[in-house]
Design a protein around this ligand. Structure first.
Ligand SMILES: NC(=O)C1=CN([C@@H]2O[C@H](COP(=O)(O)OP(=O)(O)OC[C@H]3O[C@@H](n4cnc5c(N)ncnc54)[C@H](OP(=O)(O)O)[C@@H]3O)[C@@H](O)[C@H]2O)C=CC1
Ligand SMILES: O=C(O)C1=N[C@H](C(=O)O)C[C@H](O)C1
Length: 270
């Protein structure tokens, strides 16, 4: 493990993941909460970052990016694409490492992140949990072994507040499977079906999305053959696993000057 203390700023400090990350930083012996950001106009601005825990940390939630980053080695960002891209520019200016958990980027957003990684060290992953990243490896293997005669469908379910679909994790699963099969996800993905669709084209990869309640995050990939069906599932029951993965990413980035990394690199999954 890299030497601490890691001075960490949290973006989206009053969000579901922001709060989970603040709790994780406070609980980690080698981490210190160094800054807390939220969007301009947020009712959380001016509050102590740990007020939701009934504590006082001395770190005030601000919308001033440079002030929040001033004492930080790394920023952990689980917000929205527009927010992350603004934070990315500030991190690049200040030479601050960045862990990006936000999902829903378009191609231009991804290109901006790759360009910034020439100057600063970034870990970006749509899912920071160890379990999902291991599942991605299983999917690679399953897709290769079941490349003929099996239809592949990805089903995901999330809480009613989630704004992007399919989830970043489902899309990553699709990318991994498509690559293992030598296909291009851009041309083989089918996002939902309605009406008279015709018979299933075997070269497609289907996605289905469920939204509701407080589901933390469920993903199932089905390999549907004749006479059998294989299902590989991951179900999150707590956001703590995403927060712990993010802290592992911060430790991984310590001492790295630049580069874009994923959780494979952080977890040593090769
Ligand atoms: N990689 C992973 O492991 C995981 C990724 N995620 C992803 O993280 C992101 C956040 O999820 P979650 O915490 O549930 O979402 P929340 O809506 O609970 O939190 C988002 C936070 O970001 C703030 N915010 C919104 N827009 C902006 C902006 N333009 N600039 C700066 N801050 C902004 C929100 O402020 P306000 O509420 O005032 O709008 C809020 O504080 C999503 O993209 C989600 O898919 C989630 C879990 C795990
Ligand atoms: O918004 C969420 O909650 C989650 N988002 C990520 C995604 O889009 O894959 C990761 C996890 O599933 C929770």
């Amino acid at each position: 493990m890299s030497q601490g203390p890691h001075r960490i700023a949290i973006a989206g400090a009053s969000g579901r993941m922001g709060r989970m990350l603040i709790e994780a930083v406070l609980a980690a012996e080698d981490c210190v909460l160094a800054g807390a950001l939220d969007i301009a106009g947020s009712p959380a601005l001016g509050q102590d970052a740990t007020a939701f825990l009934g504590q006082t940390s001395g770190v005030t939630i601000t919308a001033d990016l440079d002030a929040a980053l001033a004492g930080a080695d790394a920023l952990i960002d689980f917000t929205r694409p527009a927010g992350t891209l603004a934070h990315l520019a500030a991190c690049r200016r200040q030479g601050t490492a960045l862990v990006i958990g936000t999902t829903g980027f378009d191609e231009a957003g991804k290109a901006a992140i790759a360009a910034a990684a020439e100057d600063i060290a970034i870990v970006m992953a749509p899912n920071m949990s160890v379990g999902v990243n291991v599942v991605l490896k299983l999917l690679q293997q399953a897709a290769r072994a079941l490349s003929q005669g099996y239809d592949i469908e990805i089903v995901e379910a999330h809480h009613r507040h989630k704004v992007d679909a399919p989830s970043g994790t489902a899309l990553k699963m699709g990318e991994v499977i498509a690559e293992a099969l030598g296909r291009d996800l851009k041309t083989c993905a089918v996002y939902g079906r309605e009406g008279v669709t015709g018979e299933r084209d075997p070269s497609t990869l289907g996605f289905a999305t469920v939204r509701g309640g407080d589901v933390v995050g469920d993903h199932t990939v089905m390999f549907l053959g004749t006479g059998e069906r294989i299902e590989i599932s991951h179900k999150s029951s707590s956001r703590a696993t995403y927060a712990q993965g993010s802290l592992r990413a911060v430790r991984f980035l310590a001492g790295r000057r630049a580069g874009l990394f994923d959780m494979d690199a952080v977890l040593g999954l090769g």
